[in-house]
Design a protein around this ligand. Sequence first.
Ligand code: GMT
Length: 380
Amino acid sequence: MRIGIVCYPTYGGSGVMATELGLGLARNGHQVHFITYRRPPRLLAFHENVYFHEVSGEDYPLFEYPPYDTALASKMVDVVKFENLDLLHVHYAIPHATVAYIAKKILLSQGRYVPVITTLHGTDITLVGSNKAFAPVVEFSINKSDGVTAVSESLRKDTVDYFRIQRDIRVIYNFVDFSRFSKSNKDHFKKAIAPNGERIIVHTSNFRKLKRVEDVIEVFRRVHERIPSKLLLVGDGPERYNLEELCRRMDLCHEVRFLGKQDAIEELLAIADLFVMPSESESFGLAALEAMACEVPVISSNAGGLPEVNIHGRTGFLSEVGNVEDMARNALAILSHDDTLAKFRAEALAQAKRFDLKVILPQYEAYYEEVLASSTVQID
Ligand code: GMT
């Protein structure tokens, strides 16, 4: 199959998933064309079945906001026609589902039909999409897609609660590639971070408000009072300065390391003992899944799709959003004894295997076939 993948080429989960999916499809013999404004961070090596089409618009003094959507639609039309694509798979509804609809209409006017599958990732529905500034267009574009998937049951439910949805939404969970994410021996690295055998706690995110990274620090402070430990904060974003301030006020600067954006996140997860994700909203929590694949238990909030990933009392614990006392208690319960930690590690790995790329990729392939077989030319 020849598939066009449209995504945000950023460190966000939707771009990561779209890239990993494309690479998996390419390994299975499909021809994959990424269409986006920059090479996605995980699209590193050359692969014979992978193509990258960069969208570049014209910068003109009249434009306060360069018309990216128009440039993207034009690129989609071009790539579908000249690379003879069978379908377009767009990740994150805004603006990709809408732009794909426009591209589809343009192609149709030229006698070419291409079905569009939209994958909903989270904030495109829960935060941004449901905002009145975007809602009518998002609702329309979802309804006009030939296939729609959501990355968790929680997100599927939110979508039908927020919008008038006239079509089925298929849940296809996010996945993890075990050939990359697994517990490996990184003893030298562990010694550099925790020279005295301290427990290592990790958080990764884009440091936006909704990630509640300050709760990670609050949890860590409580854990650190009881057991020797270090906190690694991976990523960057708008809250970074406030978080650094908080660490200084708490006199924790020597115990907390801000590592910034990292490509080899699996190397950090390989030495971690606990992952903390206290988000206010999380459709799935891909970073938590990647931690679990590396045998790292998870302390998380119970927001959105997190209970579908992190199983309370087995792979970690869930708490109400903002309940740092409970999170710290749970973290201590896991970290205080080696045998308890080992049990949680094993359960985390077993749960992560349910989301193995090898399990989920065939679900996307089957869905593509289904949409191709059932999609009919929409005239309106
Ligand atoms: O919020 C982020 O971290 C970025 C965002 C994105 O779209 O890039 O992540 C969303 O998609 C991920 C991949 O499907 C999910 O794992 C995240 O839970 C989801 N984020 C939210 O719902 C807040």
